[in-house]
Design a protein around this ligand. Structure first.
Ligand code: SF4
Length: 425
């Protein structure tokens, strides 16, 4: 979402004749789009700010902080960091050209962090650079108020973008050569606009000529619609990959987190998804060390992951966020070393599971969308299978290019990557 927002900001500023450089020595303004989801994201920004402070001592430089950290910490950030000139929250990017011009002219700091119930940036189609795949934001904000999560406070209330505006954006991306779009929202299955629910929308997106693959992230397990599972299972352009955030496998912790499902309900949902779509790749997010989580409760998460066998999982140590319900009502009382131990056990389990599932694909054929050269070798292409698993394969004499869908046979696998060869036709 932040990458997408950075593209929105770039598009707004270009419309106001700001030019961009990636070389800080050429820049009059440095903008950082920030995340507030974990403390480590904040620390990265504090580190960058202290480096920028040194540059700012030597020459004039406007420093702007955008996004969720700006929204959540507001004035505190300006007071603690005298080098910040402009602070703008995720719903206020349209004010940025004026605030930057003010900062350039008047040399005084400015802040705009009002949250909106309506802003979806529907008229702004951001420039995206990779040329093969693109994000499309279909909604902003979230009304779920999971107790650990800062998003409802930094991105505001949930609002959906009109289907016509989404389709216009997808058509424009297709015309520019984009082959795969990922529909993006904090809780995509509660999308609703103009009589369209998420299943109606994704179906329309999949019908846009030129778009070969449609993905989405993230749905909430509490209200995953049956008809969406059927679309994922049957529609040739809707990819068989669902990212379904679990967060915990223990019912008391899930209740403390306000996730509104039990471990059993989650397992049943995962099972029914796999039954209807045997090729499905299921990935997840898990938090360990949430307030008061005991070893036995952590074991429930471990057992559930062992049982479901996710294809991949993002595992995190709980990091208390300012202003959240958990920060106000619960203690962040699990020692750091216990969190580290629990997360390490999950990482090990997941890596073994991913390896086992990827190995089972050896000898099978998959279609890969080529995204570019492999980072390790320009003699190899890298792309992704339908299930969103990274695949590399050597270049052959047949002329291929990024954006092409090609068949490969899988010859080997690691926990993260499939290694194949191109099946020439
Ligand atoms: S659904 Fe996701 S974005 Fe919304 S509050 Fe829960 S964790 Fe945060």
């Amino acid at each position: 979402m932040n990458e997408y927002d950075s593209d929105i900001v770039r598009t707004i500023l270009k419309r106001h004749n700001f030019a961009f450089t990636l070389n800080i020595n050429d820049a009059d303004i440095v903008l950082m789009n920030t995340c507030a989801i974990r403390e480590s994201a904040h620390e990265k920004i504090y580190g960058k700010l202290s480096r920028l402070k040194r540059i700012k001592r030597e020459r004039e430089l406007i420093i702007g902080l955008l996004g969720c950290m700006a929204q959540n910490l507001k004035k505190n950030l300006l007071e603690e960091n005298s080098i910040i000139d402009v602070l703008v929250g995720p719903d206020s990017y349209r004010t940025l050209p004026e605030l930057l011009n003010q900062a350039l002219r008047q040399k005084k700091s400015a802040m705009e962090v009002t949250l909106s119930e309506y802003e979806t940036y529907a008229d702004i189609i951001p420039e995206q650079t990779n040329g093969v795949t693109a994000w499309v934001s279909i909604m902003r904000g979230c009304d779920n108020f999971c107790t650990f999560c800062v998003v409802p406070y930094t991105r505001g209330r949930e609002r959906s973008q009109e289907p016509d505006s989404v389709i216009t954006e997808v058509k424009q991306l297709a015309a520019s050569g984009i082959k795969q779009v990922t529909l993006l929202g904090q809780n995509v299955n509660s999308y609703y606009a103009n009589g369209f629910d998420f299943s109606d929308l994704i179906l329309r997106v999949a019908e846009v000529p030129g778009i070969e693959r449609v993905r989405f992230t993230s749905p909430h397990p509490k209200d995953f619609p049956e008809k969406l599972i059927d679309l994922v299972a049957t529609h040739p352009k809707i990819c068989p990959h669902i990212h379904l955030p679990l967060q915990s496998g223990n019912d008391r912790i899930l209740q403390l987190m306000n996730r509104t499902y039990t471990g059993k309900e989650f397992s049943r949902l995962a099972e029914s998804m796999r039954k209807r779509c045997p090729q499905l790749s299921l990935t997840t997010d898990v938090i360990v060390g949430f307030s008061s989580e005991t070893e036995e409760e952590f074991q429930d998460t471990y057992a559930l992951m062992e049982n479901i066998k996710f294809n991949a999982a993002f595992t995190f140590m709980y990091s208390e966020r300012k202003n959240t319900i958990a920060a106000r009502h619960y203690n962040d009382d699990i020692p750091h070393n216990v969190k580290v131990d629990r997360v390490s056990r999950l990482v090990k389990l997941q890596s073994e599971t991913s390896f086992e599932l990827n190995k089972a694909l050896i000898g099978k054929k998959r279609i890969v969308l080529i995204e570019g050269n492999s980072k390790k070798s320009s003699d190899h292409w890298v792309g992704r299978t339908d299930e969103n698993i990274m695949a590399v394969f050597p270049k052959t004499r047949q002329l291929l290019s990024p954006g092409q869908l090609v068949p490969i046979t899988i010859l080997d696998a690691t926990s993260l990557t499939l290694i194949g060869h191109h099946d020439t036709i």
